[in-house]
Design a binder for this molecule. Structure first.
Ligand SMILES: Cc1cc2nc3c(=O)[nH]c(=O)nc-3n(C[C@H](O)[C@H](O)[C@H](O)COP(=O)(O)OP(=O)(O)OC[C@H]3O[C@@H](n4cnc5c(N)ncnc54)[C@H](O)[C@@H]3O)c2cc1C
Length: 493
């Protein structure tokens, strides 16, 4: 038995360490099926922060990599080894809710909990996390979402990215030290209640870090009472539908806070594609529909407030080519399903499952300011036209935008990318086309957030970082992780 294996077993117990092929190969990839699989040497499932810290100390001692993993749903190769071997640290056992505090309106938990499990518990008390994490929130965990600035599982228009409401973190640093951030950095505060104070926002250093700077073991998030009233409407939208959607979103934002919880634009390609490819029951009323779709959900505390806001929102929709589909699920009111029946998670899970055998998503999703969304949609069309012959020759790959979501006050999350076929003869070209679209999106000013291997390297390959920013990032990494043990390879670091 190797010295590392024995030391890991001593740290977490023999039941929670494996170097067996069937186990290491199971962790050789996330859902990023286009990237080559890369098995770790060991899979470890710690149960406590102290065990995580001990694993990291051992990685330093034995000069081997540690790669943290939540639900493994990163589409960019972030939750598996990028370089050869190493220790894959699966946080799945660390999923306890530690405290729901109705005085500070916060929840503190271990980061291996899924968004669904956390929100199910909060829901019993009439609360939610506001932003419900990513669309993968039934299997993706909060630690993964906080490492990605995830948005998309619901609530993005009202609450922004899921990292915006983090109050405090407990982090294991790459040298094995454990730090608490936010108000937990003080020995005198009584509970986590405030992110800011005590100098620079060191909580932010670990948010969206894609597992580069530390392993988040516990987190405290603000919680919000679920508003009593809501409205959910779905429309077809006339061409140019990307432009019309951006105009609607901007016009809403210029009217101040209208309580919009979510709003999405579905391209015609997506509306037709899902009819053919998926079994999501909510698609049934759309059969035969060949238009782009637009929807919103709104929350309010009183009926009067809801009515007043819906009136403003609907008027703006009407002025920009929207036609309402009807109030019920059977009328195709996707928004109702999205809000009332957890369609916000079921939607993406369902679509993924139904994309067709052998097909793989090569996403290039990113943020743009609302007003630049039509420009980016146009650039993606141009990219598709320029690569049409290659896409056709490589099994008939599809390119474009599936959906776009209003995110926070100022941005749109554009779900762009390629649908490819996972056949040996196509793999090299798949990667080439994926990288090409990633680089185009970055050069046109798109802001990616799920970076993993391929997007983080794309940022360096395109020399995207302004001035001394990359050197700054390198310096931070070097200070925190001098032995280069944590997630080596991301950003070429
Ligand atoms: C069906 C489906 C729908 C999706 N929908 C969305 C969406 O709507 N919006 C969206 O943003 N993304 C979406 N994604 C992508 C992805 O699921 C999310 O970004 C999600 O938040 C990843 O969480 P995870 O727990 O699976 O993370 P993982 O893939 O396990 O990890 C993600 C990254 O974080 C690091 N990491 C994980 N845990 C920790 C930790 N505790 N400390 C430090 N680093 C850590 C990993 O090393 C990796 O780099 C979707 C994916 C699928 C398959």
């Amino acid at each position: 038995m190797s010295g590392v294996l024995k030391a890991l077993q001593d740290a977490v117990g023999t039941d929670y360490v494996s170097d067996k092929d069937f186990m290491t190969y199971a962790y050789a990839r996330g859902i990023d099926s286009a990237l080559p699989p890369n098995p770790p040497d060991y899979v470890v499932k710690p149960g406590t922060t102290e065990e995580v810290a001990e694993i990291v100390r051992l990685a330093n001692k034995y000069k081997t990599a540690v790669i943290p993993r939540g639900g493994g749903c990163c589409l960019m190769g972030g939750s598996k080894p990028i370089e050869k071997g190493g220790i894959l640290l699966d946080t799945a056992r660390m999923h306890k809710i530690i405290n729901i505090d109705e005085n500070t309106l916060t929840v503190t938990f271990e980061t291996g909990i899924t968004w669904a499990e956390l929100n199910a518990k909060l829901n019993e008390l009439g609360y939610y996390t506001g932003n419900l994490g990513p669309g993968s929130g039934i299997s993706a965990v909060v630690g993964g979402g906080l490492s990605h600035h995830s948005v998309g599982g619901g609530g993005g228009a009202k609450y922004g990215s899921c990292t915006e409401h983090v109050v405090a973190l407990e982090v294991v640093l790459p040298n094995g030290d454990i730090v608490n951030t936010g108000s937990n950095a003080s020995i005198y505060t009584k509970e986590p209640f405030c992110r800011f104070g005590f100098g620079p926002d060191l909580t932010g250093l670990f948010l969206g870090d894609n597992g580069l700077l530390g392993i988040k073991t516990k987190a405290t998030l603000e919680i919000f009472p679920r508003p009593k009233y809501h409205a959910a409407k779905t429309f077809t939208i006339e061409e140019p539908s990307a432009e019309n959607s951006a105009k609607i979103w901007l016009a809403w934002r210029k009217r101040g806070d209208l309580g919009i919880y979510d709003s999405q634009w579905w391209t015609q390609l997506m509306v037709i594609g899902t009819q053919i490819l998926t079994d999501v029951p909510m698609i049934k009323p759309w059969i035969g529909l060949d238009k782009a779709v637009f929807f919103y959900t709104i929350e309010a505390e009183t009926e009067e407030q809801l009515e007043a806001n819906v009136k403003i929102v609907d008027q703006i929709c009407k002025e920009h080519g929207c036609t309402e589909m009807g109030p019920e699920l059977k009328d195709g009111n996707w928004a109702k399903w999205h809000y009332e029946e957890q369609g916000h998670w079921l939607n993406f899970h369902g679509i993924w499952g139904g994309m067709g055998p052998g097909s793989i998503p090569l996403t290039t999703e990113h943020h743009v300011p609302i007003h630049r969304f039509p420009y980016m949609a146009h650039k993606l069309d141009e990219w598709e036209a320029a690569h049409k012959a290659e896409l056709d020759a490589n099994g008939g790959m599809q390119s474009g935008i599936s959906t776009a979501l209003l995110c926070g006050h100022t941005t749109v999350e554009v779900d762009s990318g390629l649908l490819a076929w996972d056949k040996p003869g196509y793999r090299e070209k798949n990667m080439e086309l994926w990288k090409s679209q990633i680089e185009m999106v970055i050069r046109e000013g798109g802001m990616p957030y799920m970076l993993g291997e391929i997007f983080s390297k794309g940022l360096i390959d395109t020399e995207a970082f302004e001035g001394t920013y990359y050197q700054f990032l390198k310096n931070v990494k070097q200070i925190l992780d001098p032995n280069r043990v944590l997630s080596p390879g991301k950003f070429y670091l």
